[in-house]
Design a protein around this ligand. Structure first.
Ligand SMILES: Nc1ncnc2c1ncn2[C@@H]1O[C@H](COP(=O)(O)OP(=O)(O)OP(=O)(O)O)[C@@H](O)[C@H]1O
Length: 209
């Protein structure tokens, strides 16, 4: 998959959030978005996913998409607070999502929860989860169904060191499998370790570093 953003622009309340954003992403790579707080990294991800309407073009495999319709079939997203069903367990949350999406089997869900370090048998409701536990579940959700495109906004937030290392490996494994991964992260050594290409978001626009 090849994604091109052409002259992406987003204004909110009359203020320019991003403009003249031109970026290219291709499967088999991990891309990093870096930049100061409030520079527009999350906004670019939201516009790319279609969570936010924007001006400009999104071109996927050479075809300009109609952003009024769903245009990403196989995408896993972790942006800000994921939409959990708070009174469900972790397993039941993934099971619900799997039934809405395609058909990840119970065994795949168990394996994924195990991978991120959550106990699939834990009946604790998600509303009682710690920050790190919520982050782990959000990551599991983004990886569910092995999507072709994985978008992770600050995936390492609130994770302990051991889990961080696991998530790094999960991301690398998907890259090796030819998936397209886009991440933001404030840790420059992590960005350097993971990403083949890095865009710096500055002055409302994106520059390849
Ligand atoms: N819903 C909104 N309404 C108005 N302004 C918004 C909204 N969401 C984001 N912004 C503004 O857009 C700009 C970019 O925000 P964004 O969340 O994309 O930054 P970021 O680079 O992801 O920052 P951080 O590193 O802090 O996560 C900020 O100035 C922010 O205040």
């Amino acid at each position: 998959m090849k994604i091109k953003l052409e002259n992406l622009e987003k204004k909110l309340d009359g203020n320019v959030i991003i403009e003249n954003v031109n970026m290219e992403f291709e499967s088999g790579n991990i891309y990093g978005l870096v930049g100061r707080n409030g520079s527009g990294k999350t906004m670019i991800m939201k516009c790319l996913c279609g969570f936010m309407k924007s001006k400009g073009d999104i071109i996927i495999d050479g075809v300009k998409v109609d952003t009024s319709k769903k245009y990403l079939d196989s995408v896993g997203v972790l942006i800000e607070t994921p939409g959990f069903i708070e009174h469900y367990s972790a397993f039941d949350n993934l099971k619900e999502l799997a039934s809405i999406k395609k058909i990840a089997s119970d065994d795949e869900i168990k394996e994924l929860l195990n991978e991120v370090g959550l106990d699939w048998q834990d009946k604790k409701k998600v509303k009682k989860y710690s920050l790190g536990m919520r982050q782990k579940l959000g990551i599991a959700m983004a990886f569910l169904e092995e999507p072709e495109l994985i978008i992770l906004d600050e995936p390492f937030n609130a994770l302990d060191e051991a889990t961080e290392a696991v998530v790094v490996e999960m991301i690398k494994k998907r890259k090796e499998a030819g998936k397209l991964i886009i991440i933001t992260c404030h840790d420059s050594s992590m960005i350097e370790e993971l990403c083949s290409k890095v865009y710096k978001i500055e002055n409302h626009t994106a520059k390849l570093m």
